[in-house]
Design a protein around this ligand. Structure first.
Ligand code: FAD
Length: 280
């Protein structure tokens, strides 16, 4: 089973020190890699690079930078790939990204499949490439079928694996997996797991990304108000159950959206560890 954790680049020195302590603690879950997000349009690119470099150099866990192509050029992406190669980085999460509002030019590579193709043409098989998958479909997709076709193009361009957008409906993942098998897609598709620690933030992310919070969960989450402990305990219960069901259904691993926190991911993992029917 492949476990991985995702971080975002910290904005301050304090945040960087905290993140360092966090990845040190999260080594306990024996991750295959730590990934670091990347802001399209230049917002966090330098911080992504320094965070990735530090993880790769100091953590003993392979770093996997996210790289988005929207608003960029082939020349710029070539430079970034070269810099990562120099650092001995062999993994990458290849994305289209989203343009920051006000930035109109989509750049030279418009969709993630074009980025995957470019990475392969520039660097051969140096990088293990993950791409994004959407069991509940990407919010801009013309249709479910068009989104599956777009996913298939990324795989055909050379993706080795995929990480899903987070979701709370197991069935959406299982259906997605079946659709992929029907299309002859056999790469590992690892569910992205979003721990629940803050309802307002989660609702905002979900509205933007199209990841559904089922009505029954929303209703219950709303009742916690300022009771953060109650909310976290409910979140741990529900998301722990989700992880359990996914692994039992054959998911090849779990990718934790850590939100740069240790405890939510560690608690979920500890819960799994206690369950003897899962091979770790
Ligand atoms: P694509 O696969 O290119 O798809 C984008 C949309 O275009 C879909 O609706 C698809 O159906 C459609 N499409 C694809 N090809 C075509 C075509 N030829 N014609 C018409 N429509 C087409 N964002 C960041 O900015 N930084 C990050 O670090 C980051 N990390 C992420 C990690 C994961 C695991 C996931 C799931 C998402 C992440 N995102 C990140 C968000 C992601 O960038 C957005 O969801 C973005 O809107 C789509 O990226 P994509 O790579 O899935 O794009």
């Amino acid at each position: 089973m492949q476990i991985s954790c995702e971080f975002f680049p910290p904005k301050t020195d304090d945040g960087a020190a905290k993140l360092r302590a966090n990845w040190q603690a999260l080594k306990a879950i024996n991750p295959a890699y730590f990934s670091v997000t990347y802001g399209a349009g230049g917002s966090t690119q330098e911080r992504s690079f320094s965070t990735v470099s530090e993880i790769q150099r100091d953590s003993g866990v392979p770093a996997a930078p996210h790289l988005s192509c929207i608003g960029s050029t082939r020349k710029h992406i070539r430079t970034i790939l070269g810099d990562y190669k120099t650092q001995g980085i062999h993994r990458i999460v290849a994305l289209r990204g989203d343009l920051p509002s006000g930035m109109g030019d989509p750049g030279e590579l418009r969709y993630a499949n074009e980025l995957v193709e470019f990475i392969r043409s520039e660097t051969g098989h140096w990088f293990h490439i993950e791409v994004a998958a959407y069991p509940e479909f990407h919010p801009q997709a013309a249709s479910a079928k068009a989104d599956l076709a777009a996913f298939q193009r990324k795989v055909e361009a050379g993706a080795d694996g995929a990480i899903t957008q987070y979701f709370y409906n197991v069935d959406s993942y299982l259906r997605f997996m079946n659709d992929c098998l029907d299309r002859g897609i056999h790469i590992p598709i690892v569910p992205g797991i979003m721990p629940i620690t803050n309802y307002t933030q989660l609702a905002r992310f979900s509205d933007a990304s199209g990841a559904e919070i089922p009505r029954w969960m929303r209703k219950r989450l709303e009742t916690f108000g300022d009771d953060m402990e109650g909310l976290r305990s409910f979140g741990l219960d529900v998301v722990g159950e989700l992880c359990q069901q996914l692994l039992e259904a054959g998911a090849p691993g779990l990718h934790f959206y850590s939100m740069n926190q240790v405890e939510p991911t560690l608690s979920l993992w500890r819960g799994l560890n206690l369950r003897q029917d899962i091979e770790m």
